[in-house]
Design a protein around this ligand. Sequence first.
Ligand SMILES: [Zn+2]
Length: 277
Amino acid sequence: MNRASSETLTVAERTTEVLCPVCGHRNQSFASNHHHCRDCGSIWHPARRSFQYSADYPVERGHRQNAVVASKQRTLESWLTATNTEIVGRQVLEVGFGGGATLDWMHRHGAHVFGLEPIAANRLAAQAMGITASNIGADMAAFAGRNFDLALYLDSFEHIPDAQRHLNALNQATRAGSRAILVLPVADSLSRRLLRGWWPHDIEDHWIFYSTSGLDALWRAFGWRLVQTFSPSKCLTLQTIAAHWRMKTGMTVPLGPFANSAVWLNFGERGLVFERS
Ligand SMILES: [Zn+2]
């Protein structure tokens, strides 16, 4: 079966007992292309788990355009304020830094920044911004023995294929009192329940939609407690919204002079702050 051309679950995938990758329970329902855990509410698409990112990913998504970079930086600043998070002088790891807009901003605002990013072109771009090469890694093994104050997952945790393995490695690079901030689209959001397959986050590189309670249980199992949730409004340019629409529908929206206009909105995402016990 060619997984690139079809997301439909095979009969074997529908009938084999599968454990929820978040809470580990077996109680779930099946739709044409995904599983839905009845215990924790998380949703996952098995065929998307092996999605391969191309080196063009950040450019395709417009992640390096000036207006997009500026809006990502304004957005992060607002979330750091909302979570009362200080970065000056702190050891900060950004997991999945992509185009590097937020890594660069934290670097220029006094944080000791480290970045994990699987795409080689993105790692090189971060070096070109002045981030120390040895602070950039392709996987968590690069950071074993570090002692991060803060780990950031800005729309990245839901891209990690094996969260348990990742959290094990994170615990080798943090200490009691370290914090993690996650922003991600969640299965228990109103917009997901209303829009279902038309939900804009339901795209090929999102293999899992965690529920808030599923995330709480998962991180708790690794010694982290949920200390805050927040509504992570984003400063989005119209061209970013149009790029997601194009990913979802194949339709291009002509924006003309409005491409760099920005709006603040939250569409089905949750912000969570965890602290390691
Ligand atoms: Zn579950």
